[in-house]
Design a binder for this molecule. Structure first.
Ligand code: NAD
Ligand code: TYD
Length: 352
């Protein structure tokens, strides 16, 4: 099995590649532009293996993508490359439109040309998995969960750009009969997570005795999934998912932001004598513009059709994650030099 993964130097893409190379024994080509969010240090466990290759390519570069496809000849494409941080999208949406929309369009067009030229058996086995987010569905009230038929209603430039790319992917399936599948997943957490997102930012700030910024009143809810559970789900969907379908991925682990932050503080209190109690570092700061109140995923389709189950509960996953950051300064210290955790995405300078 030969799998072309885009965005493989990122958080989820690197977990997917570790799973495919180390657990499944697949051949993998990683295509990544290495933006601020991409680092090859997340892939030291596969580096040097003959079944793993890397090409530094921008997914908007059609000629380079086409050439990589015709040389590598993938059985599957798993497309994860994206600009992924909501706060960055608020002040700089252009890169999100370029990579998430135009880049996905480029990937679909190059894959279509490649797929159409395949021999009939290879053509029928080919799959293009477009990896997306539950944020395309917008914000929930106190009740209910997102299903695959929930109407799209994105709030941020990030989620709007992902929604646009989902529509392109589905249109390529309907119009060209291309074997495309779309997955929409809830918030991931775990090792190798760039420290601009809530969980790694809070862990590192707490370790360094810095304030722990909680947006608004901290009651916004996210549905957390351990990244390795997501990687297994994506492999399963690419392997056995039905062409033209959407699969929601989530671990039924809803938590308010303030509960997540308090849990990280409690784990650190147990593991580290210095800095106790870490909760004293919590600071409520100005809310994110357009902040979605609640996300929750109904993953029944993935569970019943493909037999997937999350292995980690939030309790087990968050403990593993905190321990990993305590042991992995070699990984995060260089990234922290490039981005020190300062607030991003406020419309008024100085607020919060
Ligand atoms: P990430 O920001 O950690 O990684 C993105 C990767 O894409 C980086 O390695 C970056 O260098 C690469 N990239 C960016 N622009 C590129 C371009 N133009 N060409 C080639 N490579 C480029 O993101 P992530 O959290 O790993 O998310 C991966 C995918 O999963 C994204 O499509 C995201 O929308 C989706 N997703 C993320 C979450 C989450 O909680 N993080 C949840 C659901 C879905
Ligand atoms: P984030 O990790 O940016 O993921 P997303 O916006 O894609 O859900 O944020 C998760 C939640 O945490 C979200 O409700 C915003 C909030 N948040 C904070 O309260 N403080 C922070 O410093 C960050 C980065 C996020």
């Amino acid at each position: 099995m030969r799998v072309l993964v885009t965005g493989g130097a990122g958080f989820i893409g690197s977990a997917v590649i570790r799973h495919l190379v180390l657990e499944k024994g697949y051949e993998v080509l990683n295509i990544d532009k290495l933006t601020y969010a991409g680092t090859l240090s997340s892939l030291t466990s596969v580096e040097g293996k003959p079944s793993y290759r890397f090409l530094k390519i921008d997914i908007c570069d059609a000629a380079a993508i086409a050439s990589a496809m015709s040389t590598f000849r993938p059985d599957r494409v798993m497309h994860l490359a994206a600009e992924s941080h909501v706060d960055r999208s608020i002040l700089g949406a252009r890169q999100f439109v370029e990579t998430n929309i135009l880049g996905s369009f480029t990937m679909l067009e190059c894959a279509r040309a490649y797929w159409q030229a395949l021999l009939p058996l290879d053509r029928s086995r080919f799959r293009f998995l477009h990896v997306s987010t539950d944020e395309v569905y917008g914000s929930l009230g106190a009740e209910g969960a997102f299903s695959e038929t929930t109407p799209y209603d994105p709030s941020s430039p990030y989620s709007a750009s992902k929604a646009a790319s989902d529509h392109l992917a589905k249109a390529w399936a309907r119009t060209y009969g291309m074997p495309v599948i779309v997955s929409n997943c809830s918030n991931n957490y775990g090792p190798y997570h760039f420290p601009e997102k809530l969980i790694p930012l809070i862990i590192l700030n707490a370790l360094e005795g810095k304030p722990l910024p909680v947006y608004g009143n901290g009651t916004n809810i996210r549905d957390w999934l351990y990244v390795e559970d997501h990687a297994r789900a994506l492999d399963l969907i690419a392997e056995r998912g039905r062409v033209g379908e959407t699969y929601n991925v989530g671990g039924r682990n809803e938590r308010s932001n303030i509960d997540v932050v308090r849990r990280i503080c409690a784990i650190l209190d147990d593991l580290q004598a210095i800095g106790r109690p870490h909760e004293n570092l919590i600071q409520y700061v100005a809310d994110r513009p357009g902040h979605d109140v609640r996300y929750a995923i109904d993953a029944t389709k993935l569970e019943t059709e493909l037999g997937w189950r999350a292995k980690e509960s939030f309790e087990t996953g968050i403990e593993k994650t905190v321990c990993w950051y305590l042991d992995s300064e070699w990984w995060w210290a260089p990234l922290r030099k490039g981005y020190d955790g300062r607030r991003l995405g406020l419309l008024k300078a100085g607020a919060g």
